[in-house]
Write a protein that binds this ligand. Structure first.
Ligand code: GLP
Length: 245
């Protein structure tokens, strides 16, 4: 494991989520009005619950942050319960009283997805960059929706989903046919420019890809492997995910 990684291996999903929430809340304490990057998927849900509790107990205050999400399906309407916009309002933003003006997610309903990418990059730049970016990982090594490929995008991009991600994410949809085939995702440069990365993974099905990402070669076929080049990565995992590290 590289020295620039701070690794927390916690007993289970619940303690992992609690630890991640504490790391995040400490970052917000240092910069309460900064911009923070959020991720979707099942992994960060426990951390979001723990953050809500910390705020309700007066131990954290996230009400003044600006939020930027990693990605969104395309096409999708924001009020679709499968959209990441809906996910974030349901799982975090409403409960911490973060107003829609302070939350940014690529618009999956934009008529011109390529123009939307540019708009999104400009919003991140005008917020002064991201202080801490929360990341999960796909079983194929994707971060955001930067899927394994010969080339990876630098800035926010309109990207197709791979068959393996469509199959993985189908569990949240009525059928695989309903999973949107494309996405809008922050690119690799946008992610790498975050001052700090808070990386989460849970469960045995992530053990092999974590080993490839953090101990294997840096390759576009495992987009998360580029995190080896970031100077400030905090990895919070449960024992099952850490099995091969
Ligand atoms: C989605 C998201 C990723 C996320 C990944 C893992 O595809 N675009 O940002 O990291 O799923 O999801 P889970 O946490 O459910 O394993």
């Amino acid at each position: 494991m590289l020295k620039n990684f701070k690794l927390y291996v916690e007993e289970d999903y619940s303690t992992m989520s609690q630890r991640a929430a504490e790391v995040f809340a400490n970052a917000v304490k240092d910069d309460p009005m900064g911009a923070y990057g959020f991720a979707t998927g099942s992994t960060p849900i426990g951390m979001y619950e723990a953050l809500i509790k910390l705020q309700n107990n007066g131990k954290a205050d996230l009400r003044k942050i600006t939020a930027f999400n990693l990605d969104e399906y395309y096409p999708i309407q924001p009020d679709d319960p499968q959209s990441y916009y809906y996910f974030m309002r349901q799982n975090l933003f409403d409960a911490i009283s973060l107003s829609p003006e302070n939350t940014h997610i690529p618009n999956g309903a934009a008529l011109d997805p390529i123009a939307e990418c540019k708009v999104y990059d400009e919003k991140i730049a005008s917020a002064g960059g991201i202080n801490m970016q929360v990341l999960g990982i796909g079983t194929n090594g994707h971060i955001g929706f930067n899927e394994p490929a010969e080339n990876l995008p630098a800035t926010t991009a309109y990207m197709p989903l791979t068959e393996s991600t469509i199959a993985d994410n189908a569990r949240n949809f009525a059928s695989p046919d309903e999973v949107p085939r494309n996405s809008l995702t922050m690119g690799m440069h946008s992610i790498m420019m975050a001052k700090r990365i808070l990386f989460l993974a849970s469960g045995e099905n992530k053990a092999e890809i974590l080993q490839n990402a953090f101990n294997g070669p840096i390759t576009t076929m495992v987009p998360a492997s580029f995190l080896q080049l970031h100077h400030d990565v905090t990895i919070v995992v449960d024992k099952a995910a850490a099995k091969l590290l």
